[in-house]
Design a protein. Structure first.
Ligand code: UDX
Ligand code: UDX
Ligand code: ADP
Length: 484
């Protein structure tokens, strides 16, 4: 029933579908890969010289495979009709209203895509859920497919193949994945479909790294993996608060803990809290699932991970206000970085958004600089606040009192810092690291005194902190207390 895969369609050309299937096409020149999306501007961007998302190494891969065996189109129907394997990589945001508002995933895009597949796909097509979805979504898809397919005796098989790539390292993660997980029903047909997808990945992934499990284990593993990672970040952020209060250093503590192989060193970096499109959404999914399974203690356990994250974000802002003599009204504060992590232009759930909003509520004049985030997405995230363009903001003399609670987007960090009272490191961009001592001296000279630096992202090492204090800066680093 399921022939060897020659033609793949990916529904959804976003952060997951785009990079995943571009790498797949690059690695499998014999397979035709068509990535489709309803959004014409998104597809136009994928077909242009400036891709719609920034990921290190991605454009090289797209430019090489595009037009050879990789195609981007808005003709979703035709792409579905031609394919023998269909990835569903549409968005699954958290619901904002109705049953499960604020916690449950909104599956309307998954359902719409499934209905198109039912109507158009060829007999024997393999359907693969790639988007992060609540457990048992494959079962819902199966029901929709069998109830709505016009074909007599239609044969579909649904696999779960969650994506574990992290933004900023998507290409690396896809080329050399820690594991590929493929879940299928334990039936002869399910197993055959699973083998077909294993064959595709086997083009570049070692067999020992391709895991096959049941459908439900695969769906749950994705939620569990993200919840466990997020939990580590919340755990270390909780320790960071204790470090600050006790005059210790969370980076020393996490280093000491991480050397225990049972703990491991990754995902123990304290900071402003986690952002990104997955962690919060997946924990909400887990909370909703636990509640529906009548497991309130489990739901509460995971809810605490999110609560700690929200608290971590607001704690940073409270610290800034406190250190600036409890008032930041009309003070110019530079937000260095806006993306939720380095090497991406994505700001979904970025801690920077909370920081920016809270500081403006308190009357600050914010200057935002990020090397990759677009002005449109900054505006979108700060709706309701007044924007002052850079030409106006930079032309104002020191005697012009700035308007409280406003923001400006700056062309460079250097420009942003002129007459600023504080510099906040909000994203861990590499370009903020290792700034030389002359740069800091010149920066101190052009800032309003007392000039402050708030490092929420472990940008400055201990020697740099000491040097900055020596030249006159007030320096606060998240997770590092003053010796007591
Ligand atoms: C622990 C720490 O491991 C050790 O480094 C510290 O010095 C003292 O505390 P211990 O309590 O002796 O050591 O044993 P450990 O192997 O950590 O197990 C503690 C408990 O956790 C046991 O009941 C064990 O069964 C349980 N456990 C451990 C699990 O339930 N699951 C696991 O994956 C690991
Ligand atoms: C995450 C998972 O890592 C990935 O496997 C999954 O497929 C999608 O979700 P992503 O959200 O892209 O990936 O980035 P990640 O590197 O996990 O970072 C998430 C957030 O946690 C970022 O805001 C990051 O700054 C923060 N973080 C991460 C910390 O604050 N400390 C850490 O030690 C690690
Ligand atoms: P993710 O981070 O999960 O990849 P994105 O929002 O970046 O999420 O991408 C999802 C993409 O899926 C969007 O570009 C959206 O336009 C697209 N999409 C949603 N529903 C459909 C559909 N029924 N057919 C085709 N594309 C769709």
């Amino acid at each position: 029933v399921f022939p060897k895969v020659r033609n793949i369609c990916c529904i959804g050309a976003g952060y997951v579908g785009g990079p995943t299937c571009a790498v797949l096409a690059w690695k499998c020149p014999d397979i035709k890969v068509t990535i489709c999306d309803l959004s014409q501007p998104r597809i136009d961007a994928w077909n242009s010289d400036t891709l719609p998302i920034f990921e290190p190494g991605l454009s090289e891969i797209v430019f090489e495979a595009r037009g050879r065996n990789l195609f981007f189109t808005t003709d979703v129907d035709n792409a579905i009709a031609e394919a023998d394997l269909i990835f569903v990589s549409v968005n699954t945001p958290t619901k904002t209203s109705g049953v499960g508002a604020g916690v449950a995933a909104d599956l309307c895009y998954v359902e719409a895509a499934t209905r198109r597949i039912a109507a158009l796909s060829r007999k024997g097509a393999i359907i693969v859920e790639k988007s992060t979805v609540p457990c048992r979504t494959a079962e819902s898809m199966r029901q929709i497919l069998s109830a709505t397919s016009p074909q007599e005796g239609a044969v579909f098989e649904i696999l779960s193949n969650p994506e574990f790539l992290a933004e900023g390292t998507a290409v690396e993660d896809l080329l050399d994945p820690a594991r590929i997980l493929i879940g299928a029903l334990d039936t002869p047909r399910g197993q055959l479909a699973q083998r077909r997808l294993v064959e595709v990945y086997a083009n570049w992934v070692a067999p020992k790294n391709i895991l096959t499990t049941s459908l439900w284990s695969s769906e749950l593993s994705k939620l569990a993996a993200n919840a466990l990672l997020a939990q580590r970040v919340s755990s270390i952020n909780a320790i960071a608060a204790i470090c600050e209060a006790t005059g210790s250093n969370v980076f020393e503590v996490s280093n000491a803990c991480g050397l225990d192989p049972r703990i491991g060193s990754q995902f123990l970096k304290a900071g402003l809290g986690f952002g990104g499109s997955c962690f919060q959404k997946d924990i909400f999914n887990l909370i909703y699932l636990s509640t529906s399974l009548n497991l309130p203690e489990v739901a509460e356990y995971w809810a605490q991970v999110l609560k700690m994250n929200e608290w971590t974000k607001s704690r940073f802002t409270r610290g800034v206000v406190k250190k600036m003599f409890s008032t930041i009204t009309r003070k110019t504060i530079v937000c260095a970085g806006y993306a939720f992590k380095k090497d991406t232009g994505d700001i979904r759930e970025a801690p920077a958004i909370n920081v920016a909003r809270d500081l403006m509520e308190d009357g600050a004049c914010l200057r935002i600089y990020d090397p990759k985030v677009t002005a449109e997405s900054i505006h979108e995230s700060l709706k309701g606040f007044t924007y002052i363009d850079w030409a106006t903001a930079s032309a104002a003399g020191p005697w012009d009192l700035p308007q409280a609670g406003t923001y400006t987007i700056c062309p460079s960090l250097d420009a942003a810092l002129v007459n600023a009272s504080a510099l906040l490191f909000v994203t861990d961009w590499s370009e903020f690291k290792g700034l030389d001592l002359e740069w800091w001296t010149a920066t101190h000279a052009k800032m309003t005194k007392p000039a402050m630096v708030f490092d929420g992202r472990d940008i400055l090492n201990t020697a740099e902190c000491a040097h900055l204090r020596k030249i006159g800066f007030g320096v606060e680093k998240t997770g590092v207390g003053h010796a007591i």
